[in-house]
Structures are given as structure tokens and as C-alpha cells.
Write a protein that binds this ligand. Structure first.
Ligand code: FAD
Length: 581
């Protein structure tokens, strides 16, 4: 037995492993389905990050179900299956969201300690801001006083200057009212275009495995077992009329023998927004009708398990450009890539220290947008965004894998992402409206076989609001590239981007949209007394004893952020809740 058994050595799981073992008083076991992250170049070199998935040994290799509102398309849906979890395979964008995301969480749960003012203290414990790989002068690119240089995870500004960066900055000056420059979104105000901060230190990826876990590995009170797939939580008795799950069952594969291990204090589920609801359902915790249809006995009827999945829909918009500023060549010319890799290996400098995206931003619909006549504003607050843009210095097609029209062309891609989706059930609950309740995405078992992938339906773009935002985002980006810094650079939009009528833009979006891989909400946090939701504001599984859930699945709303940063802060907060500091 151990005091704590942590299911999943991913982003959040490794924070807990480190924090719960650091005072030496508790014994901790981490069970991770994947293998070690060590020695894998694609997990270390930032520019190669996008090649770590899909369809690799580091990925769960999920595919989404046919998406009704995306022309019935399916596409790969990566999740890290390796120590570090998705922090080992993600694109390393690193920030914490809008202050209003956290304030809404505090309001929704009735627990003020989730508010931004309370949560932001964990930034100091978490991050270690370090100079960028190229050591450039970062004055005006971030606000040092709101960052920490003493936390665990090295992060930095971009380490390789992209030719387009200065054009973007110049456009924020020319079109300041629509695209203001924001010096640093870590203030909690995300609106505007800003320099990207990444989980990169010394030119290398920082994951929860290279930081929290690595620092803790020498401790005798911490054990980490890899290739250990948890197949269910095991009921160990009843406590106060509630089922107690203080043990887990795991195996090293479909043919492997099952082992049960007990936790004297708690089992902590950190298997991520897909793995966590899957394990709960396999354990008889979920929607009774769904469990029964998979021949699983219901121990705890919690209908919200696996529901309310919320995501950022992504539309990669590319323009053909001239000149030699784009990095397309680096992605298609083996000699150029090999030279960049050699430089990275020798000095940890050069384009491979970077993800090729140096600036991004968060933006709102105009206040007088017609959609607000029929839909209440779903943003987390008046300074939170409806959409996001990421400027990539090459052709990018998201996971729809559409090849560039000219394989030798040079491109710029402005990815638009929907930040405040309404295609979800909670939106209606929170606004106390009688609006149509749209279920949102779901994670449902395909069968009671723990080694079979669940059905993942993202339920994207089910509402007119969501489609409206993406149309307006695309139109705004077209205005962005009409500014004078681009006149000698941008040639023409690619493919269906050229259209402008609503129907044309909707068809274009349906044909190429995928996601940013930010699922949340499948084990949502909710006030202790309400029936919907899966965990209480202290992250304890509702209606049960002995289990806490600590990962991205507990966020009821997808934040104004790439979700790793918020997940790290959540895990830091969870550690302090559990240890009582
Ligand atoms: P994870 O980090 O996924 O951890 C879950 C862990 O549990 C994994 O290690 C998994 O193998 C393990 N596990 C699951 N099931 C079991 C089981 N049955 N038994 C044992 N172990 C199990 N976010 C950003 O902030 N910036 C980005 O640039 C970014 N880019 C992304 C790109 C990609 C391709 C992906 C996939 C994600 C990206 N994200 C990004 C999202 C972000 O990485 C995740 O939201 C975050 O890491 C989730 O953390 P987690 O702890 O909830 O889950």
C-alpha cells in the first residue's frame, strides 16, 4: 500500500507526485500507462513537437467520432501516453488564461479560493522564467515583475526571431483599436496581440516529466511504475453510506495479469480529460443507462461523467507569401532540417529551439455584433475573449492534414480558435436560461474492455454563435493582413479562405476545422450540493470517499488559454488542498 496512488504520470499527475512526496511524510505511487520520456528527441526539440503525435508510441492515437457539424469528418485526437502525458507532446504554449476564467470558476463553484487573486500565487511556485535561447533583449516583450524565476518549470520567450514578428508588431500599431498590443497576458487581461511564452528552457521542452518528476525521482518515498494501465478503481467498502474507492486495478496490457494496489489516504485520478472519465465509467461510476448498456454494474450514478466536453475549435487560415521569411523550407527540405538539428544538438540555438509561432492574441467580437441580439455573451467576462489567433510562420493545416496547394510555396498561417464555445450544456445551466440545451462533447465507453478506446465526440460548432465567431474571426484576420506591413509580403489567401459570404465561410470552416486539443469538462467541478458535476470544489469525487480528480477534466469551461498552464496551477492548488498548506 501507499498513502497516495496517482493514476496517470501526466501534466497534473507529476505535479502531485512531486508535491505530495516532498516533505517525506507520505508514500506515493504513480501508475502511468505509457513509457519513459527520456532519450526521445521528438519530445525534447521544440520545433519537432508537432511530430510527437499523431500516430506514434507517445500518443493514445484516438480518433474523434464523425463530427456532425464538420461535414461528418473524423480526425486524429492526440493525448500524451508517456511520462509527462500531454505536456510531453504538446506545442508548449504556456500561460494561465484570463483572470475572469478563474473568477467564473470561483463564482460557479462557490469557492473563492479558485479566484484569480487566490490562484495566481501558484504561478510563483510553478514557473521559472529563463532567458530565451537566443538571449535577445526582451524589454517590452513581457512584464518581469509578474513572473517568477524561482519556480519549477523553465519557460521563456521565443528563442528564434521570425521575420514576420516585426510585421505583426507593426500591425498592432497600425490597427491598434482592433488588434492592440498586450505586453503580457499573465496580468490576467488577455485581450490583444502578445509575445508567446513557451514551456521551453535552454532551447528544450519543459514537461512535467523533465521538471517536477525528474526533481523528485530520487526520493525513496516516491515510486513510478510505467506501462501500467489502470483498468478501474476498486470499491473497498462503504463509508458514511457512500462507496469508498481506495484501491486501483492495473495491468501492463490486455494480456497482462491484473494487480490491485491500495491507497491508505487517497486515490488521485490524473488520467486527463479522456482517460479520467473512461476509468470512472469502467469502475461503475457514471450515467447508469450508459453503464448498463456496456454491462457494467453502476456503483455510483453520476450522469455528468464524460459529458460537457468543451474544446477550442481550430481553423488554420493560410496565405501564400513571398520572400524567404517563412520556415516552410525547414519543414520540407531534409538538408535544412538536418542543419537546424545539428545546431540544436551542438548549442541549443537556432530555429529548432522554437515552435515557429512567436506571437498570438485573444480578441472579442465587437460589442454591437448582431449575434448578441439572440445569444447572451458566453465569454467568462468583459475582458475575456471570444476567439484566439496564433501566427505561424509556415503552412499549417491542423489535424485535417490538408496539403499546401503549392508544395514549394511559402506561407503564413493565422490559426483562429473559438475560445468561448456555447456548444455545451453548462452554458445554459450557468446562465439559468431556458435556451436549447446542447449537450456538448462526450466521452463514452465503446465497451467494457479497458483497452478499447472510448468514443470521443467533440460536438463542435453545434450553435450559431460558435459559427458566427469563427466567421467574424476570419474576416478580422483578412483585415489584419490588409494592413501596410503586409503589402510587400502576403500574396493571396489559400483555398476556401478566399470566400466572404456567410455560407462560403461556413462551408470553408466545416471543411478544415479541427481542434487545439484542449478538452476539459468531462469530470466537471461543481458546487458541493448540486446534482450535476463530478467533483466538489475540493476536487473530491461526488458521492464517494477516497478519490480526488486532479487534471484538465475538472474545468467546467475551456479557459482563455492553452490548457497546460491552467492544469499546472490546478495541480499546484490541489497539492496545497491535500496537504493543507
Ligand atoms: P495529461 O497530461 O494528458 O496526463 C494524463 C496521463 O494519464 C497521461 O500520461 C496518460 O498516459 C495517463 N493515463 C491515461 N489513462 C491512463 C490509464 N488508464 N492508466 C494509467 N495512466 C493513464 N496545452 C498548452 O497549454 N499549450 C500547448 O501548446 C498545447 N498543445 C497541445 C498539443 C497537443 C498535440 C496536445 C495533445 C495537447 C496540447 N495542449 C496544449 C493541451 C495540454 O497539453 C493538456 O490540456 C494538458 O497537458 C492536460 O493535462 P492532464 O494532466 O489533464 O492530462
Amino acid at each position: 500500500t501507499y498513502d497516495y496512488v496517482i493514476v496517470g504520470g501526466g501534466t497534473a499527475g507529476n505535479v502531485l507526485a512531486a508535491r505530495l512526496s516532498e516533505d517525506g511524510k507520505n508514500s506515493v505511487l504513480v501508475l502511468e500507462a505509457g513509457g519513459s520520456n527520456e532519450g526521445a528527441l521528438v519530445l525534447e526539440v521544440p520545433f519537432l513537437g508537432p511530430t510527437a503525435t499523431p500516430n506514434t508510441v507517445f500518443d493514445w492515437n484516438y480518433t474523434v467520432t464523425p463530427q456532425t457539424n464538420l461535414d461528418g469528418r473524423t480526425f486524429p485526437y492526440p493525448r500524451g501516453r508517456v511520462l509527462g502525458g500531454s505536456s510531453s507532446v504538446n506545442y508548449m504554449v504556456h500561460h494561465y488564461g484570463s483572470s475572469e476564467d478563474w473568477d467564473r470558476l470561483a463564482r460557479l463553484t462557490g469557492e473563492s479560493s479558485w479566484s484569480w487573486n487566490s490562484i495566481k500565487r501558484y504561478i510563483a511556485r510553478h514557473e521559472r522564467f529563463v532567458p530565451p535561447a537566443d538571449n535577445h533583449n526582451t524589454t517590452g516583450q513581457y512584464i518581469p515583475s509578474i513572473h517568477s524565476t524561482t519556480g519549477v518549470l523553465p519557460k521563456s520567450l521565443p528563442g528564434w526571431s521570425n521575420g514576420i514578428d516585426q510585421r505583426i508588431v507593426a500591425t498592432t500599431a497600425e490597427l491598434a483599436s482592433e488588434f492592440p498590443f498586450n505586453e503580457d497576458i499573465t496580468t490576467g487581461n488577455v485581450l490583444g496581440i502578445t509575445w508567446l511564452q513557451c514551456a521551453i528552457g535552454g532551447g528544450q521542452r519543459s514537461s512535467s516529466a523533465t521538471t517536477y518528476l525528474k526533481n523528485a525521482m530520487g526520493r525513496t518515498n516516491l515510486d513510478v511504475l510505467i506501462n501500467a494501465t489502470v483498468t478501474k478503481l476498486v470499491r473497498t467498502g462503504m463509508s458514511g453510506g457512500r462507496p469508498c474507492f481506495k484501491a486501483v486495478q492495473f495491468a501492463n496490457g490486455p494480456q497482462g495479469a491484473s494487480t490491485v494496489i491500495r491507497a491508505t489516504k487517497e486515490v488521485i485520478l490524473s488520467a486527463g480529460a479522456i482517460g479520467t472519465p473512461q476509468i470512472l465509467q469502467l469502475s461503475g461510476i457514471g450515467d447508469r443507462a450508459e453503464l448498463t448498456s456496456n454491462s457494467i454494474e453502476t456503483i455510483l450514478n453520476l450522469p455528468s461523467v464524460g459529458k460537457n466536453l468543451s474544446e477550442h475549435t481550430l481553423v488554420p487560415n493560410s496565405w501564400l507569401v513571398q520572400g524567404s521569411e517563412s520556415l516552410d523550407n525547414l519543414r520540407r527540405d531534409p538538408a535544412a532540417a538536418s542543419a537546424a538539428l545539428s545546431e540544436w544538438q551542438a548549442n541549443k540555438t537556432g530555429p529548432f529551439t522554437d515552435i515557429g509561432t512567436n506571437m498570438f492574441g485573444f480578441l472579442r467580437l465587437p460589442a454591437n455584433a448582431s449575434i448578441f441580439e439572440t445569444t447572451p455573451d458566453p465569454a467568462s467576462g468583459p475582458t475575456a475573449a471570444h476567439w484566439e489567433v496564433l501566427f505561424s510562420n509556415f503552412y499549417a493545416s491542423g489535424s485535417a492534414a490538408v496539403p499546401p496547394p503549392n508544395p514549394n510555396g511559402s506561407y503564413i498561417t493565422a490559426v483562429a480558435a473559438l475560445i468561448s464555445p456555447t456548444s455545451r450544456e453548462l452554458f445554459s445551466i450557468c446562465l439559468h436560461t431556458a435556451m436549447n440545451i446542447i449537450q456538448g462533447g462526450t466521452v463514452k465507453l465503446a465497451s467494457n474492455n479497458p483497452f478499447e478506446a472510448p468514443h470521443i465526440d467533440l460536438g463542435l460548432l453545434a450553435s450559431e454563435f460558435d459559427r458566427f465567431v469563427l466567421r467574424e474571426a476570419i474576416r478580422a484576420l483578412k483585415r489584419f493582413f490588409c494592413a501596410s506591413p503586409w503589402t510587400d509580403y502576403v500574396i493571396s489567401p489559400v483555398g476556401g479562405l478566399a470566400g466572404d459570404a456567410d455560407a462560403e465561410l461556413d462551408a470553408y470552416v466545416r471543411s478544415i476545422a479541427t481542434t487545439v486539443f484542449h478538452p476539459v469538462g468531462t469530470a466537471s467541478m461543481s458546487p458541493a450540493h448540486v446534482e450535476w458535476g463530478v467533483v466538489d470544489p475540493h476536487l473530491r469525487l461526488k458521492g464517494a470517499e477516497g478519490v480526488r480528480i486532479v487534471d484538465a477534466s475538472v474545468f467546467p469551461f475551456v479557459p482563455n488559454a492553452h490548457t497546460a498552464g491552467p492544469t499546472y496551477l490546478l495541480a499546484e492548488r490541489a497539492a496545497s488542498l491535500i496537504r493543507g498548506y
